[in-house]
Design a protein around this ligand. Structure first.
Ligand code: FAD
Length: 417
């Protein structure tokens, strides 16, 4: 590549931080510039609701890579700056500081922002000092300053983030209530059996989990600066010293949309992570991408996806077309429990448990037509590794064999020699 060429990355999250150095490793000789709206070097978000929230890890430990790594790869990083608009004809991007950067290849790694509660007058509530969303390091720094033993915390949303926060908070001595609108927690991602297990674990730890709890509004304290209680549609009122909302993610697609790129629940990309403009790529949470092995399009919110797409884009934009094709996987840490999930369970016709939830170590398998679609493993890392192979290679397996713990899982794989 010509030294005059510029690879410009918009966003400085997990996908961007990986992509920037990978582009250099793939042999790009020109400039590499990464522009991020946040003030921080690319950092890992998973600890925000786990070890960083609990105070067990520092800001430095969140960083994906130290500054020195970007220096060595000659990656120029522009923090605190938003990309405002893309001029595809001129191949230039306008930044919030008024400057413009030309590009040869552009990567959109804009991730997403916390989905806002859909309530009238939510703007006014969002300004209150004890009302929080949880997506960024700065959100969690604010939350941590209000995390006091004895405080009444109300978490809106019983998804991964809400439950991880509940686990940390109850351990810290807060009085925790989780309000979930659906009939069970983790409803979008797992089977009823797993939801019941996690509800029981949280209740035993002292968390007040309320399902079918639809938030309808907030009461302010006398000063008018803080939420005093959360109100539900059935008339219940839950007193609160702080409120944390975890109700999903809104992909950041506005730049792509304004530039006229195809957008449909995420920026539409092909198997090389290329958008509808051949010089523009998109990676991470903001993409709607094809998954060849699942035979469908997906928008995923996970670190393994962000990393793999970042590497795919880096190779493809350096002219070494690479195909993204991995089975989705995800993890969640709550208390001592390590949940790891692989595949997508939608459409399963058999559900099998291996081991007993009572022991806090078990696996659940989802089969369709005798093939494993997905697995949720709780504190069973070796079974997770094997399940990844069953799912990725679509290996036929019998439910009865999976349920029988006297049969090693490994022996159910085709024997290689
Ligand atoms: P992001 O990390 O969102 O980064 C995008 C960046 O782009 C942001 O910094 C944003 O400010 C910036 N940006 C957006 N628009 C512009 C613009 N126009 N100009 C400049 N900058 C812009 N995943 C797991 O796999 N396991 C977990 O256990 C897990 N736990 C999580 C816990 C929490 C609390 C959160 C919030 C997420 C968790 N995730 C987890 C999800 C994971 O963090 C995301 O999948 C990952 O961060 C996606 O990376 P990304 O680079 O695509 O997006």
């Amino acid at each position: 590549e010509d030294a005059e060429n510029t690879a410009l990355i918009i966003g400085a999250g997990h996908a961007a931080g990986e992509c920037a150095t990978a582009i250099r490793e793939q042999g790009w000789a020109g400039r590499i510039v990464m522009v991020g709206e946040e003030p921080h070097l690319p950092y890992q978000r998973p600890p925000l609701s786990k070890a960083f929230l609990s105070g067990e890890s520092t800001v430095e430990q969140l960083y994906l890579k130290p500054q020195a790594t970007y220096d060595k790869a000659r990656v120029e990083f522009i923090p605190n700056t938003r990309a405002q608009c893309i001029d595809r004809a001129a191949k230039r991007v306008t930044l919030s500081n008024g400057s413009e950067i030309g590009y040869t290849k552009l990567v959109l790694a804009t991730g997403g922002r916390a989905r806002r509660l859909a309530l009238p007058d939510i703007e006014a509530i969002e300004k209150l000092q004890n009302f929080h969303y949880l997506r960024t390091l700065d959100h969690v720094s604010r939350i941590r300053s209000q995390f006091h033993a004895g405080s009444r915390l109300v978490i809106i949303g019983g998804g991964y983030i809400g439950l991880e926060v509940a686990a940390v908070a109850v351990k810290r001595g807060l009085q925790v209530t989780v309000l979930e609108a659906l009939p069970r927690v983790l409803a979008r991602v797992t089977a009823p059996e797993l939801s019941a297990f996690y509800e029981k674990v949280h209740r035993e730890a002292g968390v007040d989990i309320r399902t079918n709890a639809i938030v309808s509004g907030f009461e302010l304290d006398a000063s008018g600066d803080a939420v005093a209680a959360v109100r539900c549609a059935d008339g219940t009122r839950v007193a609160a010293d702080l409120v944390i909302v975890g109700v999903g993610l809104e992909p950041a697609t506005e730049l792509a949309q304004q530039a006229g790129l195809a957008v449909d629940n995420g920026i539409v990309v092909d198997e090389h992570t290329r958008t509808s403009d051949p010089d523009i790529f998109a990676v991470g949470d903001c993409t709607n991408h094809p998954n060849p092995s699942l035979g469908r399009r997906l928008r995923l919110e996970s670190v393994p996806n962000a990393l793999e797409q970042a590497r795919t884009a880096a190779a493809s934009l350096c002219g070494k077309e690479r195909v993204y094709n991995t089975v989705p996987w995800f993890w969640s840490d709550q208390y001592d429990l390590k949940l790891k999930m692989v595949g997508l369970s939608q459409g399963y016709d058999e559900f099998v448990l291996r081991g007993s939830p009572e022991t806090r170590s078990f696996s659940a398998f989802y089969l369709k037509d005798g093939v494993m679609l997905a697995a949720d493993t709780v504190s069973r890392a070796p079974e997770f590794m094997l399940a990844k192979r069953f799912v990725a290679e679509k290996i036929p397996v019998r439910a009865a064999d999976l349920a029988d713990e006297s049969i090693p899982l490994k022996s159910l794989l085709p024997q290689s020699n």
